[in-house]
Structure formats: structure tokens, C-alpha cells
Ligand binder design. Structure first.
Ligand SMILES: Cc1cc2nc3c(=O)[nH]c(=O)nc-3n(C[C@H](O)[C@H](O)[C@H](O)COP(=O)(O)OP(=O)(O)OC[C@H]3O[C@@H](n4cnc5c(N)ncnc54)[C@H](O)[C@@H]3O)c2cc1C
Length: 409
């Protein structure tokens, strides 16, 4: 007779970013025997360097009609938030065509509805999770302030703001004096603001994932440092192969949460994902966190400024340049220039820069659920610009599908 322990499903989660770590922890809490596998330490991928914004109001996909009109100009402008090295264009073309098709109004509406559903309750979920992990100090609930130089710049984002309102968010319009009251150090360039009071910020995304991984291990989960090179299904079980993996490891189910690398891992199985890396950069000033007191978005430049635990983080840019090319220091230099222009107190502060791969679908909607035609294979990737925001809700959704909604947590 098999013991209770033996009847619980054995699940491998590939990728210990914020998405995989959330899933592993949620599955473990529901009693599954879970191995969380990453070639690096938890949280070292894209989840390491994001801007920490918990943004449930971001229901507008990236492919909006207005964005498309500005793309050619952006590509020619070396300082623009969007960069596409010409050499990578042939590789990126199929994804870009799909991206363009995603900007049709009907597809934008469909994407917004799916994003809104996934974002629902994100702030409350992160509030509960930071408490549960014993790191409540990581969550800052002071809203997000989006800034524009003038009405014209604000008008370019009108579609996105309309969508937010349609989904019940309450963007509050601010004039220069209101901006100064919230953030006294803001450069005079910014005269118009939109404030989302009910948005929040994680002040150290890496420490957050590390805390999740520790809680997972404390709950009896297994953390394995290994590179998964291949997945194979044989005799109703999944076998994983690669350096650092035991040859006899077998699983009833596998969750691929390998971020921007998920596509490569899945292709040999015939699972085709239109996933592309949007390389993003941050520049972190050592110190300077007091420059702003909440997430400030320099919306005309698509730059997020965050008062992180270890300094002021200035994050942004989209570079469609693939998974293998080294970071381009010119992208980080653009962020540095913008930061120094926008805030006066940064002189003399040392900086360090970072680049990470956002896992992006053309319509901005993550892929969460069973892999078509592959028993026991599950997908949780494509979270793009909002993987931190949607990590916990993704985990809940996937667990409910894998184990049933009533499985006791
Ligand atoms: C500059 C920037 C700012 C951002 N700001 C925000 C923000 O403010 N708010 C927000 O919600 N989101 C933000 N994001 C997006 C967010 O960071 C990502 O969506 C999220 O980190 C994706 O998480 P993930 O777990 O899917 O991927 P990752 O964190 O990349 O994790 C994937 C993991 O899989 C591992 N892996 C891959 N392949 C293998 C393999 N074959 N074997 C073993 N391990 C493997 C990797 O080592 C990695 O640890 C930002 C992103 C960037 C770049």
C-alpha cells in the first residue's frame, strides 16, 4: 500500500525567479513534493533588478495603437526608450509582426481584460506574502506618481489611462504644486502628474525572492542548483536532464517558469511560444534612496525611479536584442543622464548598472496553464513588464488548475 507521502504529486518547477519561486511555495503549501530548480541562486534572473512596482492598474498592453505610431521615430533616436540593434532585426521580425497585429483594438481589449483579471488583488496578495515571509518592511504603500512635462506628452498615453479608468482604477490628476507637495525634489521639467494612490512598491525584489525560497525550503521543499538542458516524458513521468541533475529524478508534473529562456527549453517538445526577451536596464545609485519617497515614473521617458533599500534605482528601456549579446553600456548611460537631469542630489554617488531579460509575449499577456498536448507539463512565463506584480496571482491560478481549487493550503 502506498503512503500518503508517495501519493502526493512530485513536481519540478524550472526557474527560481519571482514567478517560479511563488509557484513552488504555493504548491508546497498545498502538499505537493516540489523541487525548485535553477542554474543560479534564486532571484538572480530578471527578478533581481526590476523596479519593484506592484502595478495592478497596468491593464494596457504594450502594443497600443499610439505606441506603434511612435516606434519608427523611437528606433531612429539613440536616446529613445526602445532600441532594436539592426543585426537582431531578422530574428525579431516574426515577434514584431505579431506585436503589430496585437495593437488592433479588439486584441487590445481582449488583452486588457486578461491582464486585469490576472492583476486582481495583487496588492493585497503581496501585502499578505511579505507579512507571511517576515519581511513586511519590503512593501511600500505610497502610491505611484506618473509625471509628464506637459499636456501633449500626457495625451500620448491617453489610451492607457482610459483603460485604467475603465477597469475601476482612479488616476488622480496633479498640477505642479501637487507634484512638489508629494515629491519636493522633482525637476521643474515635470508639470503634469497622475497619481495612483493605491499602488505599491517592493523595496528589494531580490531579497523578496530569496525570502520566498527560504520559506519554501523551510516548508520541506527541495531547492536544486542545476541547469535543465532537456525534458523528456517516458512511462507517464517526466525526466529532466542536464548538468547537476540526478539521472533518476522523475516527476509527475513539470512547471516551466524559466522566464525569457522558456522558449528554448520548450521548443524541442514542439511547444512553440512567441516569447521574446525585452532587455531592460537599471542604474542604481549607492545611496540617494531619499531622492524620492515612492515610485516615480518619468512617463515621457518610460523610466521608473524607485527608492530601493540599497539606493535609488532608475530602471527602464526596452532593447530587443536577444538572450546572448552582452549588455550595451550606452543604454545604462542614457538612464544615468536622465536621472542626473531629473534629480539634483545625485552628484558623487557611485553607480552600478544591470541588464535583465523580460519574458515578453506580443500581446503582453502571460502564458499560465497546461502546455497543449503535453500531459503533466505546465507553463508560467511571458510576464513581460509585470512579472513581480503578477507572480503571486499566477501561482494561485496555476495551483488551482494543477491541484484543484479546494486543495487545502
Ligand atoms: C528594468 C526592469 C524593470 C522591471 N520593473 C518591473 C516592475 O516594476 N514591476 C513588475 O511587476 N515587473 C517588472 N519587471 C518585469 C519582471 O522583473 C519580470 O516580469 C519577472 O522578473 C519575470 O520573472 P520570471 O520568474 O518569469 O523570470 P526570471 O526572474 O528571469 O527567472 C527565470 C529563472 O529561470 C532560470 N532558468 C532559465 N533557464 C533555465 C534552465 N534551463 N535551467 C535552470 N534554470 C533556468 C534563470 O536562471 C532564472 O533565475 C521589470 C523588468 C525589468 C528588466
Amino acid at each position: 500500500m502506498s503512503s500518503i507521502a508517495e501519493t502526493r504529486p512530485r513536481v519540478a518547477v524550472i526557474g527560481a525567479g519571482v514567478v517560479g519561486a511563488s509557484i513552488a511555495l504555493a504548491l508546497r503549501k498545498r502538499g505537493a513534493r516540489v523541487t525548485l530548480i535553477d542554474r543560479d541562486e534564486p532571484g538572480r534572473g530578471c527578478s533581481f533588478g526590476n523596479s519593484g512596482a506592484i502595478s495592478p492598474g497596468s491593464v494596457a498592453p504594450l502594443a497600443m495603437p499610439g505606441v506603434l505610431a511612435s516606434v519608427p521615430g523611437m528606433l531612429l533616436d539613440k536616446e529613445s526608450p526602445l532600441h532594436l540593434p539592426l543585426g537582431y532585426l531578422p530574428r525579431a521580425l516574426p515577434w514584431l509582426l505579431d506585436f503589430v497585429a496585437s495593437a488592433r483594438p479588439a486584441r487590445v481589449e481582449a488583452a486588457a481584460a486578461r491582464l486585469a483579471a490576472l492583476h486582481q488583488g495583487a496588492i493585497e496578495a503581496h501585502k499578505a506574502m511579505t507579512r507571511e515571509l517576515g519581511v513586511p518592511e519590503l512593501l511600500l504603500c505610497r502610491g505611484h506618481l506618473h509625471l509628464y512635462p506637459d499636456e501633449q506628452a500626457l495625451a500620448k498615453d491617453a489610451g492607457g489611462w482610459r483603460l485604467r479608468e475603465a477597469y475601476g482604477f482612479h488616476p488622480e490628476r496633479l498640477e505642479r504644486a501637487d507634484i512638489e507637495a508629494l515629491e519636493p525634489g522633482m525637476a521643474p521639467r515635470y508639470r503634469v502628474g497622475i497619481y495612483l494612490a493605491d499602488h505599491a512598491t517592493i523595496l528589494n525584489p531580490f531579497r523578496y525572492v530569496q525570502a520566498m525560497a527560504r520559506a519554501f525550503v523551510a516548508a520541506g521543499g527541495e531547492l536544486a542548483r542545476a541547469e535543465v538542458a532537456a525534458l523528456r516524458r517516458s512511462n507517464d513521468v517526466w525526466q529532466l536532464q542536464g548538468p547537476g541533475l540526478a539521472g533518476d529524478a522523475e516527476f509527475d508534473a513539470v512547471v516551466v517558469a524559466a522566464g525569457a529562456w522558456s522558449r528554448t527549453l520548450l521548443a524541442p517538445l514542439g511547444v512553440r511560444l512567441a516569447l521574446e526577451s525585452q532587455r531592460g536596464y537599471h542604474l542604481q545609485f549607492e545611496g540617494g534612496a531619499g531622492t524620492v519617497s515612492r515610485t516615480v515614473v518619468l512617463a515621457d521617458r518610460k523610466v521608473f525611479v524607485t527608492p530601493m533599500e540599497e539606493g535609488l534605482r532608475v530602471g527602464g528601456t526596452v532593447e530587443i536584442g536577444g538572450l546572448t549579446a552582452p549588455p550595451d553600456p550606452r543604454r545604462a548611460a542614457v538612464l544615468e543622464r536622465i536621472a542626473r537631469e531629473s534629480f539634483s542630489g545625485l552628484e558623487g554617488l557611485p553607480t552600478r548598472s544591470w541588464m535583465g531579460h523580460r519574458p515578453c509575449m506580443p500581446d503582453s499577456v502571460p502564458v499560465v496553464g497546461p502546455a497543449p498536448g503535453q500531459a503533466g507539463l505546465w507553463l508560467a512565463t511571458g510576464h513581460g513588464h509585470l512579472g513581480l506584480t503578477d507572480s503571486l496571482n499566477t501561482a494561485e491560478r496555476l495551483c488551482a488548475e494543477m491541484l484543484g481549487p479546494t486543495a487545502g493550503a
